[in-house]
Design a protein around this ligand. Structure first.
Ligand SMILES: Nc1ncnc2c1ncn2[C@@H]1O[C@H](COP(=O)(O)OP(=O)(O)O)[C@@H](O)[C@H]1O
Ligand SMILES: [Mg+2]
Length: 550
């Protein structure tokens, strides 16, 4: 449990690190403001003592001057505080939000179809704000605690006995008002629930008003309503009375506390143990300690709640998200060849039935391979494993003799391009769609690839050419055109291994022909894996692997 909390705090520190300068500045801004506020009554007590005991009116000017200067400094610090907070509200929060969105993009494939998890994570994205509240809550709490300590120290220096009295009274008042205040809010909650129930009942009655009239039951319904209303009214009256009593009790406790401090102060003044100035300051400090201790106590609850939100969020990220190791694009030497090898691979989704049982095969660099097999024989599963959407239960998969678990995800997925049966076409222009994942492509590359997949003439015929908008707001492509666009998108990345996973099964013969021609174009230069259940399409391959026999 403790380890868990430490982990959460560590993650939180990591999130805060880029903003450490602002946080430090913010902390000092609120800390100095707090210290200045603590000084004010002290300075005032000095003034009173000087004037009253020493008849020294000359300090008046300098005290007022110091007061004004401190006030000015505090206002400036307050400005700094507000400014940093406003900046952080946009920068820090935006940063955490975009980090969560990044994480959503990396949702583990096994959760990708789980809408509940998606919804949950969207909700958590909203809950991100609690990180903000938590961080600031901690800062304010620390300053409140320091302020409280400073105040107590000053009281102690003024009069030790009064310090002890205040140290005893204040916690008593705070605990009492919290206990009783908590009771009030609990009772209020209960009452609101009752009111909600009554509204629900009324709604039902209104819906069934026809039946009630038909059954001539209106009188009994009206009586029932009156009865329910009466009950609720009685409850409200009781509640109001209780609230008033509890408020009085709290006020009474505060009064007693204040009286004790006043009376003992008077005794100490008459005994010469406390100055008049000290008395004025202590009364001020006494009120402050109550406020500070009270707010420290209430903020614990909110802080704990915020912390739970954060824990929940980070746990989700831990469980449901793929760890995308950073990959340094300048280091391109992870894999020296595109040889793929599956070695004794076993796999089943969610530990259910084995889909793949002791699979062994090797695909050499530059080979064109057809993988055939019945529907559900695990062909796409092979590719899911190769792309590390899932991990093999047993055995190992290597790419260029490197275990794929050691290859950064980003690198692996740039290295292999998969054309699926139905790819996503995003809302946006044709160019945007082609450039997803290929942001650095030149326009010439786009044109060349569109020509290769026989899409160029069609694009030229569109009024806005490459800038034509697709999707809900734009034109709709036919299945064949979509497929060609998606093939172009994958080929643009110039992957070393190109995988066509039933890329033609739902398409017309013309598109099929285009894909065959495209494959032909890349044959020998790239490793091509061609997944199909149609035997007539495998002539193009150097070799056929059948999943049915394995
Ligand atoms: N994401 C998944 N979760 C659970 N089971 C799956 C998942 N994807 C595929 N399967 C199951 O695994 C088996 C093999 O699927 P798949 O590899 O897609 O077959 P193929 O591509 O050869 O048609 C099927 O029985 C399928 O129902
Ligand atoms: Mg499949």
């Amino acid at each position: 449990m403790k380890d868990d909390n430490r982990k959460v705090l560590n993650s939180l520190f990591k999130l805060m690190k880029p903003y450490s300068k602002s946080f430090v500045l913010f902390f000092f801004a609120i800390l100095f403001q707090a210290s200045i506020s603590v000084l004010f009554p002290f300075i005032f007590s000095y003034l009173i003592n000087e004037v009253y005991y020493n008849k020294n009116l000359s300090v008046l000017g300098s005290v007022i001057g110091i007061y004004l200067i401190l006030f000015l400094i505090r206002s400036l610090l307050n400005l700094v505080e507000s400014r940093i907070k406003a900046n952080m509200l946009t920068d820090f929060l935006l940063d955490i939000r975009s980090k969560t969105f990044n994480s959503i993009i990396f949702l583990k494939p096994k959760y990708m179809n789980d809408i509940n998890i998606g919804e949950e994570i969207m909700k958590l994205n909203k809950d991100m704000e609690h990180i903000f509240y938590f961080v600031y809550g901690i800062f304010y709490n620390i300053t409140d605690a320091i302020k409280l300590i400073l105040t107590l120290i000053i009281i102690y220096t003024m009069n030790k006995e009064l310090f002890l009295i205040i140290l005893f009274i204040v916690p008593c008042i705070v605990v009492l008002s919290h206990k009783l205040g908590g009771k009030i809010s609990k009772e209020n909650m209960k009452y609101r629930k009752e009111c909600g129930k009554l509204s629900g009942w009324l709604f039902e009655i209104i819906q069934g008003i026809r039946d009630i009239r038909l059954m001539s039951a209106h009188k009994s319904v009206i009586d029932l309503y009156k009865e329910k209303l009466n009950k609720i009214n009685n409850k409200e009256m009781k509640l109001n009375l209780n609230n008033a009593i509890i408020e009085r009790i709290i006020s009474f406790a505060e009064l007693i506390g204040t009286l004790i401090v006043y009376v003992s102060s008077v005794i100490f003044i008459s005994a010469g143990k406390l100055s008049i100035g000290g008395f004025v300051a202590i009364i001020d400090y006494f009120g402050n300690t109550q406020g500070l201790l009270g707010s420290l106590a209430t903020s614990q609850v909110t802080l704990c709640k915020d912390f739970e939100y954060i824990k929940n969020l980070l746990n989700y990220m831990e469980q449901c998200l793929e760890k995308g190791e950073a990959f340094n694009s300048s280091n391109n030497t992870y894999i020296s060849s595109s040889e793929i090898e599956f070695c004794n691979v076993d796999f089943g989704y969610d530990n259910r039935d084995k889909i793949l049982d002791n699979i062994n095969f090797k695909i050499k660099s530059g080979e064109t391979i057809a993988i055939t097999g019945k529907n559900g024989s695990g062909k796409s599963t092979l590719m899911n494993l190769l792309m590390r959407f899932y991990e093999a239960d047993e055995g190992k998969i290597t790419l260029g003799n490197v275990d794929i678990r050691e290859i950064p995800l980003d690198y692996l997925r740039k290295y292999c391009g998969i054309v699926l049966q139905d790819h996503m076409v995003f809302d946006g222009s044709i160019k945007d769609n082609l450039q997803i994942g290929n942001e650095n492509c030149s326009f010439e590359d786009l044109v060349e690839l569109c020509k290769k997949v026989n899409l160029y003439d069609f694009i030229c015929g569109l009024p806005a050419g490459m800038d034509t908008i697709l999707g809900t707001e734009g034109i709709q492509l036919s299945g064949g055109q979509k497929q060609r666009l998606c093939i172009a998108r994958v080929l643009l990345r110039n992957p070393e291994i190109i995988i066509f996973d039933e890329a033609t099964s739902a398409l017309d013969s013309e598109t099929e022909k285009i894909i065959m021609e495209t494959i032909e174009c890349y044959k020998g230069k790239k490793t091509i894996i061609f997944i199909t259940h149609s035997l007539s399409m495998v002539q193009i391959a150097d070799r056929v692997l059948s999943m049915d026999s394995e």
